[in-house]
Design a protein around this ligand. Structure first.
Ligand code: SAM
Length: 275
């Protein structure tokens, strides 16, 4: 059946009513993606007959089943860049930009040139930092193959091969070189935490769950970084992990720990300076 762009959008907005907070907006984004145009184009072409309606309908049906928009289009916008993403690799979240800004401040103040990242995902953190600091060298690990493959693609697209080296590793086990700072947005969600379907059904479990309580990997990272004599550690964490991590770190003994909040006012991470 033939449909104009306008008719297709009305149909799609209805289909997306349950799954999306902004169904009309997402219907437009997916139509623009389907037409390989931007959203503005739709405003002046709403009477055009839509070519290949079935392919557009298939995109909408995927979104209606809660598949994240970023997996459908294979791309996520993060900080000042676009990153390739696919199922099996965590979609980078806006709150991680706060972690990057905090780490950037330390790198600048302390003239740091060698860092490691644990759990590279799409490469979001190491890539943005490498673009900010052309002298910075990063060794970025992941325990899974899909993130390492996708991160490598992003690194190549952005021409950062000389600054970021990827390594398959549990935490920093395979990073033997001296580094001055470790950054990580590790899995930190408790095993039984009820996540929304768009996250739970589509995003990789290895990127989400940090153990039975959730903070197990974070604690192991703190121990590993301390035992390696690395001065700085900056991590993202869950909104309810400040208290247990604070107690853990006080017991361990560090020079300082500063917790930070996300834009919604939730505790979201910390920076440790080891003595
Ligand atoms: C929350 S995602 C973060 C991805 C990316 N850094 C970001 O901020 O978008 C956590 C990543 O850690 C990886 N990971 C999980 N356990 C790991 C481990 N023991 N050692 C290294 N990486 C691990 C996952 O595969 C996943 O890519």
């Amino acid at each position: 059946m033939k449909m104009t762009n306008k008719e297709a959008l009305s149909w799609a907005s209805l289909e997306l009513k349950e799954a999306c907070e902004r169904p009309q907006y997402e219907a437009e984004l997916l139509l623009a993606y389907h037409l390989k145009q931007d959203r503005i184009y739709l405003m002046t072409h709403d009477g055009d007959v839509l070519e290949d309606v079935d392919t557009y309908k298939a995109l909408i049906q995927r979104r209606a089943k809660n598949e994240p928009y970023e997996y459908i289009v294979g791309e996520a916008s993060f900080y000042d860049i676009h990153l390739q993403v696919e199922e099996g690799v965590l979609i980078p979240r806006p709150e991680t930009e706060i972690l990057i800004d905090l780490v950037a401040d330390i790198i600048e103040k302390e003239h740091i040139t060698r860092i490691a990242e644990i759990g590279v995902g799409t490469g979001a953190i190491s890539i943005v930092l490498a673009r900010k600091f052309p002298e910075l060298q990063s060794i970025a690990t992941d325990i899974c193959d899909a993130p390492l493959r996708v991160a490598q693609k992003n690194i190549e697209i952005l021409g950062l091969e000389k600054q970021i080296e990827l390594r398959k590793s549990n935490l920093i086990d395979e990073v033997r070189e001296p580094v001055e700072l470790v950054v990580s947005n590790p899995p930190y969600i408790a095993e039984d935490f009820l996540l929304e379907s768009n996250v739970l059904d589509y995003e990789p479990k290895e990127a989400l769950f940090g153990g039975r309580i959730g903070d197990e990997l974070l604690k192991q990272i703190i121990l590993d970084v301390k035992s390696r004599g690395i001065k700085w550690l900056a991590c993202e964490m869950g909104y309810d992990q400040k208290e247990p991590l604070s107690a853990f770190v006080n017991e361990l003994g560090v020079k300082s720990i500063q917790f930070y909040k996300d834009l919604a006012g939730f505790d979201r991470g910390f920076v440790i300076e080891f003595s």
